[in-house]
Design a protein around this ligand. Structure first.
Ligand code: ZN
Length: 315
């Protein structure tokens, strides 16, 4: 009988980080500049550890290699997804990620990075950088070289509950006052385009990666507007945000007791609001905001109870 795999998050201090991961999620964070919670990760830069059941104490990376049947015996070398929560307490640098083929050649076999964001919370009037206005690569290079950032970079308004699909090749940045749940390919490759000319305490600028960034940026920018599909069920609302070649991402809102089935895919599940319980094979697993778990392939039928909101993804 399969068990859910609860995971212990890994935290990353960042110069743009803050305290929302403790004030909003109750996590113990290493400092008041904590930017990232790696919630479901098998990436070597921050692997999650299983917290319960038969596999307690193992890393997700190890489990992927040693118990492939939990994941449907996929043949990928590495666990393909990474779930994070990001607390942007200051503007992040403007960046772009490569696709798989480019990353393989230029980044020692790391995956490319297509990602997506669910806006958990943000300040009034918050925005973010999403795409650019250059019509040709020449224009992109020229505007970068001349530092015409206001003309080049596109800004979009955001609000809690919004969802953005960010394919590799999209110039983007989270801006100050944004708390986001990110589902992404398991990759740590970022090319920095612009850092607002900020200097650190020693007066140094952070390194930019303009040549690679220009190489991988999609020109002209391609709109990736997401139209969520909403399905009303008994005591649940299932919202489908995206179904792409890299991942599918959903929001489940449960109010009462709702039935689900997990068979064909393993599911990555994050509790983003409320409290409740997962009922499965006679066991009750209590859930609260900030829990993250995987339901292995063949988990079968289960119920979710409570007043709870989840972000769910699979490959
Ligand atoms: Zn990114």
């Amino acid at each position: 009988m399969q068990q859910p795999l609860f995971l212990k998050p890994v935290f990353k201090e960042r110069i743009w980080g803050g305290t929302a991961l403790t004030t909003q999620f109750g996590y113990e964070i290493p400092s008041n500049q904590t930017g990232e919670c790696w919630a479901i990760s098998a990436h070597p830069n921050g692997p999650s550890i299983i917290e319960n059941g038969t596999f307690e104490g193992m890393s997700l990376e190890e489990l992927w290699k040693k118990q492939p049947e939990l994941f449907g015996n996929q043949t990928d070398e590495v666990f393909p997804l990474l779930t994070k929560i990001l607390d942007a307490n200051a503007d992040l640098s403007v960046q772009v990620h490569p696709e798989d083929e480019y990353a393989k050649v230029h980044e020692n076999g790391d995956l490319g990075k297509t990602e997506c964001w669910y806006i958990l919370d943000c300040k009034e009037g918050a925005d973010m950088i999403f795409g650019h206005n250059a019509k040709t690569k020449e224009e992109l290079i020229q505007q970068i070289n001349e530092g015409k950032w206001n003309e080049l970079l596109r800004r979009v308004k955001i609000k809690p509950g919004d969802f953005f699909y960010v394919p590799s090749g999209t110039i983007h940045a989270l801006c100050e006052g944004t708390l986001v749940l990110e589902t992404q390919q398991s990759s740590d490759t970022t090319y920095r385009v612009y850092d607002y000319d900020r200097r650190d305490a020693e007066g140094n600028l952070r390194e930019l990666h303009l040549e690679k960034a220009i190489d991988v940026t999609t020109v002209p920018h391609q709109e990736t507007g997401v139209t969520p599909k909403v399905e009303e069920r008994d005591h649940a609302v299932v919202t489908t945000f995206v179904e792409s070649e890299f991942f599918s991402v959903y929001k489940w809102n449960v109010d009462g007791k709702a039935s689900f089935t997990a068979d064909g895919h393993y599911l990555l599940v994050s509790v983003i609001n409320g409290t409740g319980a997962l009922l499965h094979a006679g066991e009750t697993y209590h859930l609260k905001k900030g829990n993250h778990f995987i339901l292995p392939v063949g988990f079968g039928e289960f119920e979710l109870e409570g007043n709870t909101e989840f972000i769910v993804s699979h490959t």
